[in-house]
Design a protein around this ligand. Structure first.
Ligand code: NDP
Length: 445
């Protein structure tokens, strides 16, 4: 057995049932075969053994009182995966599907993603199995306050700086920040995604979606092409999906779909984002309502069809993990899709990813393609430290610069290790090298 096979076997043995975590570890480890074969120091110094175990995993009780006066209890998590290159950084997810496996996969992935941004940020992830859907503002506030009451003792502006993720937007960040400030009597920059006016950065809300389009545009630019005129299919209708659609439209693409967990809409002439924002961001409604406003759009319920059935040039999965499987990948390729950019974290199954790669599809893995969000969180931290604010143009320019840099880094890395165009390998190797160097420099810890 090789070093990598030993690591995978050991992680499988010790984390059985943690499907998502195992999937993420296998993908990264398989990419790293090319580098550990060349550089035996990683094995000698046990770098991979250390990399696959979180530095710290915190699981805690989150009790709160609902509007009916009944006590509810959820499970909270913070997985502080790796802080070799900077304080822990990564989002908080509130969704019923949250469990230890999901938290660990996200924290593990975040380590490499943050490394790719070039900024000083380690990897972490957290959240709770709380469902914000259908909760009143009061319920969301009481839950967020209770969650922060425990989390506060494990985070800090030089230790761990969480952000938002699925189910955690401006409302929840506001409630959590308020509670932290009240508990510590400090106005510390302990969360990112804060409101503009109390420490938040301009463009942070848009950053993940915009960054996704910037990396694809940079790739196309190198081929004397652009996203202009291309037909784009997007899943999800949350933060990432909406702002990916916005930037794609701004650059002349035709975005024809969006979805949520109940179904998807197909609007051949192009999605009207004003309507989507009104339904999703203002009213917190369902995407099905779109077809009532735009009667030439078609709504398909989940289970009766897949958003990936729609022929397109570019597919952007922006909802959740493992939402695009092998069958979906085959349909997309048959429908003419040439580019896939993961706005979500690990939305494509391993089999789907392999199918895209073997078919010559330009596939941008989440840890590179959606790094714009955390990169801009890094820019928010920099502004907070300097106690100043940059203009929208300044932040956007830096975001673009970071995404362009990530593209060239993963492209060069794929070439260097003999797999040109394989951005999965390029991202894993490039992300790993920076973290591994820091771990080697800092001794056995
Ligand atoms: P939001 O909560 O704003 O939106 C999530 C969207 O995905 C909603 O449309 C939601 O539909 C849908 N969705 C969530 N879970 C499921 C599911 N199990 N099945 C089908 N649809 C689902 O989250 P974000 O847009 O912030 O995050 C989306 C993805 O992007 C996640 O993978 C996240 O980790 C990743 N990401 C987010 C970043 C950010 O800055 N926000 C940064 C980098 C990555 P419904 O309302 O029905 O649940």
């Amino acid at each position: 057995m090789s070093y990598i096979d030993d690591i995978i076997a050991d992680v499988e043995k010790k984390n059985d049932n943690q499907y998502e975590f195992l999937q993420a570890v296998r993908e990264v480890m398989n990419s790293l075969r090319v580098i550990v074969d060349r550089e035996p120091v990683y094995e000698k110094m046990g770098v991979l053994e250390r990399l696959v175990i979180a530095e710290r995993t915190i699981i805690f009780r989150v009790p709160w009182v609902d509007d009916a006066g009944k006590v509810q209890v959820n499970r909270g998590y913070r997985v502080q995966f790796n802080s070799a290159i900077g304080p822990y950084k990564g989002g908080l997810r509130f969704h019923p599907s949250v469990n230890l496996s999901v938290m660990k996969f996200l924290g593990f992935e975040q380590t490499f993603k943050n490394s790719l941004t070039g900024l000083p940020m380690g990897g972490a992830k957290g959240g709770a199995d709380f469902d914000p859907k259908g909760k009143s503002d009061g319920e969301s506030m009481r839950f967020s306050q209770s969650f922060m009451t425990e989390l506060a003792r494990h985070i800090g502006p030089d230790t761990d700086i969480p952000a938002g993720d699925i189910g955690v937007g401006a409302r929840e960040i506001g409630y959590m920040y308020g509670q932290y400030r009240r508990m510590t009597n400090t106005f510390e920059a302990v969360l990112t995604g804060k409101g503009v006016g109390w420490g938040g950065s301009l463009i942070r809300t848009q950053a993940t979606g915009y960054g996704l389009i910037y990396i694809i545009e940079e790739f196309l630019h190198g081929r004397d092409d652009s996203i202009k005129g291309k037909k784009v299919v997007i899943s999800g209708s949350g933060n990432v999906a909406i702002f990916a659609a916005e930037k794609a439209q701004e650059l002349g693409a035709v975005v024809v779909s969006m979805s949520d967990s109940n179904g998807y809409i197909y609007h051949k002439s192009g999605i009207n984002l004003v309507t989507v924002k009104d339904i999703k961001l203002t009213k917190r409604g369902r995407i099905s309502e779109y077809a009532k406003v735009h009667t030439d759009a078609v709504y398909t319920e989940a289970g009766k069809g897949r958003v990936w059935d729609i022929p397109c040039d570019v597919a952007l999965p922006c909802a959740t993990q493992n939402e695009l499987d092998l069958g979906d990948a085959k349909k997309l390729v048959a429908g003419g899709c040439k580019i896939v950019g993961e706005g979500a974290n690990m939305p494509t199954t391993q089999e789907g990813t392999e199918y895209f790669l073997s078919g010559g599809i330009s596939f941008f893995p989440g840890k590179a393609a959606n790094a714009g969000g955390v990169a801009t969180s890094g820019l928010e931290m920099a502004q907070n430290s300097a106690r100043l604010y940059w203009s929208e143009e300044e932040v956007d320019m830096r975001l673009k610069g970071i995404m362009t840099g990530i593209y060239h880094n993963i492209n060069d890395s794929a070439r260097e290790y003999g797999k040109p165009g394989n951005f999965v390998l390029g991202a894993n190797v490039a992300g790993f090298k920076r973290v591994a160097k820091a771990m080697l420099d800092q001794g056995i810890i």
